[in-house]
Write a protein that binds this ligand. Structure first.
Ligand code: AHG
Ligand code: MN
Ligand code: MN
Length: 338
């Protein structure tokens, strides 16, 4: 179908979709869609820089390390500043937290109108930017905890992932795709550069019940727990009835996005370097797990449902095993067999 011919399906932008979805939130007087529009605006600004990295002085390291002890890329810092700016002006947000900042940013958590906390990884997979491999942004939205005794802003953030009222990601790949959910299915929107809007392209995404890819950093396999290697050997030997291919690009968001659309399994197990897992619970595992479950998939830390984990600290790490029902059921059988 040429660009000029009208689409068969109606053009629905993410703003229109969010307005429809927010009708599910009694009393949400447009503040929720205003909040989410901060994320869509910021990610449009981020993708504009990601797309031009190499032409502007935005590649390479920023020269400092973040709270994770990781060298910050210039785009990490830019993406962080853009999200803080775009979300910081949303009156409904009381607390903001980011992978790039040790402490949460307390905006107006005392204000009666501040009902939400947003935590995000402004740019995930940033070590891939200089080699032009897809990267992403992840975000998670929590409601202010009940009760007027809540004075500690950390309490807004340290809630289990099952309490997320919205979550999602943007993958900056051959196209820029936003996937989000407010608990009513997972929906994908592709940025149409000709109109500057995210347009509905993947309505009510369903993760296939099984797939043909497994995704893990095989370089760490000698330090995986024994039952993880037992499981991966079973996949390689076709124990589930078909052959698997390995796909791993070392960038969580596209690695998961492929798993969401094609099925299979993504694993970041405990390793010698990261015995409690490398990925962060609040702003990597939780949003990914929320989307996975909304699409009919499963997400665990190897023992528990990711969304049931009670966080103890903002940057705490977790193993993440997420994917289709068939592969996840086999994983659970291998792990419980011990
Ligand atoms: P970040 O760039 O935000 O630090 O996160 C990178 C993460 C994630 O994107 C990816 O799945 C994982 O690091 C890859 O880690 P390894 O290189 O150890 O496989
Ligand atoms: Mn990350
Ligand atoms: Mn990051």
């Amino acid at each position: 179908m040429s660009d000029a011919s009208p689409r068969k399906t109606p053009i629905l932008t993410v703003q229109q979709h969010i307005l429809q979805e927010q009708k599910r939130f009694p009393g949400a007087s447009g503040e929720f869609s205003w909040l989410l529009s901060g994320i869509t605006l910021a990610t449009k600004m981020i993708q504009a820089q990601v797309r031009r990295a190499g032409l502007t002085d935005i590649l390479g390291t920023h020269g400092e390390t973040n709270v994770q002890g990781e060298i910050q890329q210039k785009l990490d810092v830019y993406a962080d500043e853009v999200l803080i700016h775009c979300l910081g002006v949303r009156e409904s947000i009381g607390v903001l937290a980011s992978e790039e900042n040790e402490k949460p940013m307390i905006l107006r958590h005392g204000s009666p109108n501040a009902n939400y906390a947003v935590v995000f990884d402004p740019l995930d997979g940033s070590s891939n930017i200089d080699v032009n491999v897809s990267v992403g942004t992840t975000f998670s939205v929590m409601r202010r905890p009940k009760g007027d005794k809540v004075t500690d802003p950390d309490e807004w953030l340290l809630q289990p992932g099952s309490q997320q009222i919205a979550a999602g990601y943007v993958v900056y790949g051959p196209s820029t795709v936003l996937v989000y959910s407010v608990g009513n299915g997972a929906h994908g929107f592709t940025l149409d550069p000709s109109i500057g809007a995210y347009v509905l392209s993947h309505e009510n995404i369903r993760m296939p019940s099984a797939g043909k890819y497994y995704s893990v950093n095989e370089g760490n396999r000698d330090s995986f727990p024994r039952e993880y290697n037992f499981y991966l050997d079973r996949l390689r030997k076709g124990a589930l009835g078909h052959q698997y291919s390995s796909r791993y690009i070392g960038s969580l968001v596209p690695d998961f996005h492929r798993t969401l659309l094609k099925g299979g399994i993504f694993l970041y197990p405990p390793t010698a370097d990261h015995p409690t897992g490398k990925l962060r619970l609040l702003y990597e595992a939780n949003p990914i797990a929320f989307i996975a479950e909304q699409a009919g998939g499963v997400a665990s830390d190897g023992r528990r449902r990711i969304l049931d984990i009670e966080p103890e600290s903002i940057h705490q790490r977790t193993p993440l095993i997420v994917g289709s029902r068939v592969e996840m059921a086999e994983f659970e059988r291998c792990v419980s067999a011990g």
